[in-house]
Design a protein around this ligand. Structure first.
Ligand code: UT7
Length: 310
């Protein structure tokens, strides 16, 4: 049995904060942010919209897209480092709000790689036959743990949510291979005290090396090569990091998803948000071979090679 993505949805807050807006509140410039990160604007959730609200909106769309009901969901995994509160989990909040009565529920803490951790965990339950439908949500309200006086981090992040239903897909389609990893010795480079604290250069070096490696590794595990790849969806952290992965796969620019300019780094939400963007633009088709790769605080990383379609 092959597990794949059978439904998808996303939610982005309406409020747009541009680089010009940030110039007014901190010592930065549109030019610096664009050239160093590729970010032009990001979405920021209002005070009345919490992580669970965004996750709920994205999850509803994914359920509808999959053509199932909330009661068909067996497990809810919410990848987030910005839960509404330490407990109960956002997953339990969604279980109640969705009416997913039979679903088990828990949050996954793997920072920006959380969505990859979630989807790969969901795949195991589906392929073992234990569960039929796993709802995986990547959602962050990073604005609430951002130090708006720290220009090193404040310009990078945005809020948003993406959700998928992992379920059985037809033969030849679905998740062909995966890689997950962690290196706790790098925990000191990216963590939350009260706010996000980051050693940007160290995270940058790690990301460039690890994203490229993971892309190659999942292709090898699936018995495929760079030439087989139709599309790359990297975690949208920084265009320079993303470009390094694209070059490692020797893909032309139009074969890499780029949403970082519009939404900034939305951590665990960035990959599912980008998948929806590409589907809506018609750049992903059934049977395309797609590589998705993420990295984040922990340090953590994860990648999959997936043959698109149900
Ligand atoms: O999802 C994972 C989350 N983390 C990441 O993805 C972060 C990975 N790292 C990065 O993306 C990059 O390291 C940054 C974008 C954070 C920084 O880019 P960089 O090219 O590594 O710049 P830098 O840290 O070496 O800083 C260069 C200069 C510094 O000034 P000095 O010391 O050379 O005078 C910074 O103080 O740029 C300065 N700077 C800024 N200037 C204007 C740092 N942030 C800003 C800013 N505006 N927002």
């Amino acid at each position: 049995m092959n597990a794949g993505i059978v439904g998808i949805g996303r939610f982005l807050p309406e409020k747009v904060v541009t680089n010009a807006d940030l110039e007014k509140i901190m010592d930065t410039s549109d030019e610096w942010i664009r050239t160093r990160t590729g970010i032009e604007e990001r979405r920021i959730a209002d005070d009345n919209t919490n992580t669970s609200d965004m996750g709920f909106a994205a999850a509803q769309k994914a359920i509808q897209d999959a053509g199932i009901t909330a009661e068909d969901i067996d497990l809810i995994l919410v990848a987030t480092v910005t839960p509404d509160q330490p407990f109960p989990s956002v997953a339990c909040m969604l279980q109640e709000r969705l009416g997913a009565k039979k679903a088990a529920a828990m949050d996954v803490s793997a920072a920006c790689a959380g969505f990859m951790y979630g989807i790969i965990t969901g795949k195991q339950f589906v392929e073992s036959g234990a569960y039929k439908h796993v709802l995986v949500v990547g959602v962050e309200k990073l604005s609430k743990i951002t130090d708006w006086n720290d220009r090193n981090t404040a310009v990078l992040f945005g809020d948003g949510a993406g959700a998928v239903i992992v379920g059985e897909v037809s033969e030849g389609r679905g998740i062909l291979s995966f890689e997950l990893g962690a290196d706790g010795t790098g925990a000191k480079h990216l963590y939350q005290d009260e706010y996000i604290i980051m050693n940007g250069r160290e995270v940058f070096k790690f990301a460039v090396r690890q994203m490229g490696e993971s892309c190659i590794n999942v292709l090898e595990k699936a018995g495929l090569t760079k030439e087989d790849v139709d599309f790359l969806i990297p975690h949208q952290a920084n265009i320079r990091i993303m470009e390094a992965s694209r070059q490692r796969l020797e893909l032309p620019v139009e074969k890499m998803s780029k949403t970082v300019h519009k939404y900034g780094n939305t951590s665990a939400a960035s990959i599912p948000i980008s998948i929806v963007e590409e589907l809506e633009a018609g750049r992903i088709k059934d049977d395309d071979l797609i590589v998705m790769v993420g990295f984040g605080g922990g340090l953590t990383w994860g990648a999959i090679a997936i043959r698109w379609g149900k």
